[in-house]
Design a protein around this ligand. Structure first.
Ligand code: DLL
Length: 426
């Protein structure tokens, strides 16, 4: 499958697309309506290029249909849920059938094999286990290739390092910033990852990072660092780089990738930069047609020296929206606003400041109180502070520092307001 000639892959994609569109048009009220609105019928899909005729989907479609109104499988057939941040108060729920999980696992198994991992390897999974897709997704992929999984999840870093040594982890899957943190903690413990562990690969993603960062990690820790990409709406972590380390292979039998001009919605050519848009060709519970992910990148359709014929996607270069990623967790400023506006003591203005302290992201939300609630009594202020912190943590799923400030003290803007000050330099 991985080395199938491109033309055959495209024929396969066309067949899968056609049957997907027929299935959704016939059985799903949501897709049926969408296609009718756009005046497109499944019969109009006569070649792979006709994918352009199909309507786009956005994260807001999931929000508007919360929690499961656009699922195309009934709950009886679902074997798992994952949940990720939505753009406002409601999160995004993703459901999976057994076949969906198999497909996801297959995709990762191919990727892990392509970087030379397999039986005999110990893969430490330090992505969060739970509602986030990182932990469980990697877990199943790593088991599928016959590796031994060490499911440490995130946190408890000293213990992670001890286990890495004692059980001989050869690869670690986590965010690049968490790996940097592990490196720093190890150094404090007197452990030199290069000499004192068997670690040889990092499978790093869930947040943006750069080739400069890759070089530093590789030199410092003595490992090969590979990018891994995915989003919960499309399953979770799905696509990794191969040993060439030049972008991740996106498996054509699983996903049809396009690059779109985010302003005009026009499809762009391979090599042109735009918004990654993906159709999941075989998913059952939540197929997603032309899903506008919001990540900016380039498709590289040249033959990869590794022999795999599936196109590669270059490193993610930015976002079309204002989504922030804090310690691997997506945070939208609109979500912060939504949570704050439900607290009566809070005024209209807030500001988000993101910094990288050591290797980890820190997010501070400065919140103006309204005049009536701004009190000199320290106990009142502390209570409000706790309330705001609690609300933030509950709705964002990350720890946030909150600073209450005097009404009128945050900057005001005449044009677009600048709610986020991101001081991280990657
Ligand atoms: O972050 C899934 C994942 C888990 C990927 C573990 C890789 C490893 P979400 O929480 O839905 O899913 O966030 C998806 O994170 O649209 C990108 O903006 C960003 N992202 C994920 N991987 C990368 C990466 C998981 N390698 C969103 N480089 C995506 C840059 C990434 N951004």
């Amino acid at each position: 499958m991985e080395e199938m000639p491109k033309e055959d892959l495209q024929k396969m994609q066309y067949k899968l697309l056609k049957s997907l569109v027929y299935r959704l048009y016939s059985f799903s009220p949501f897709y049926h309506e969408r296609m009718k609105e756009e005046k497109v019928h499944p019969d109009d899909i006569r070649a792979l290029a006709d994918v352009k005729k199909l309507p786009f989907m956005f994260k807001r479609d999931l929000r508007d249909n919360y929690p499961d109104k656009i699922f195309t499988a009934t709950q009886d057939d679902l074997v798992r849920y994952h949940v990720s941040s939505g753009t406002t108060g409601k999160p995004t729920v993703v459901g999976y059938t057994q076949n969906d999980l198999n497909l996801w696992t297959t995709s990762l198994a191919r990727g892990l094999t392509s970087i030379g991992l397999g039986r005999g390897d110990v893969i430490q999974v330090s992505y969060g286990y739970g509602l986030f897709t990182g932990g469980l997704g990697m877990h199943y992929g790593a088991e599928r290739i016959g590796a031994t999984v060490l499911p440490t999840s995130v946190g408890n870093t000293e213990r992670q390092i001890e286990l890495m040594q004692d059980l001989g982890a050869t690869a670690i899957a986590c965010t690049p910033s968490y790996l940097l943190h592990i490196g720093e903690v190890a150094a404090k413990m007197g452990v030199d990852i290069k000499k004192d562990t068997k670690l040889r690969a990092g499978i790093l993603g869930a947040e943006p990072w750069t080739d400069g960062m890759r070089t530093r990690i590789q030199d410092w820790l003595g490992i090969k660092a590979y990018d891994i990409y995915g989003t919960s709406e499309l399953s979770g972590p799905m696509y990794t780089e191969c040993t060439e380390q030049k972008g991740f292979h996106i498996w054509s039998d699983i996903a049809l990738a396009e690059i779109i001009d985010p302003k005009t919605g026009e499809q762009l050519e391979p090599g042109e930069k735009g918004e990654l848009t993906v159709t999941m060709l075989q998913k059952e519970a939540l197929p997603m047609i032309r899903f506008r992910i919001g990540d900016i990148t380039v498709i590289d359709d040249e033959q990869c020296p590794c022999g795999r014929t599936h196109p590669r996607i270059q490193r993610i270069q930015g976002r079309v929206d204002d989504m922030l990623i804090i310690r691997g967790i997506n945070v939208f400023p609109s979500q912060v606003e939504y949570a704050l506006m439900a607290i009566p003591e809070v005024g209209q203005h807030f500001q988000i400041i993101v910094e990288r302290k050591g290797a980890l992201d820190d997010m501070l939300v400065q919140v103006e109180l309204n005049r009536e609630s701004f009190s000199d009594k320290i106990t009142d202020l502390m209570q409000t502070q706790q309330k705001v912190e609690h609300r933030m943590r509950n709705s964002l799923n990350v720890n946030v520092d909150v600073e209450l400030v005097e009404p009128g003290s945050l900057p005001r803007f005449e044009g677009k307001s600048k709610k986020v000050i991101d001081k991280r330099s990657l």
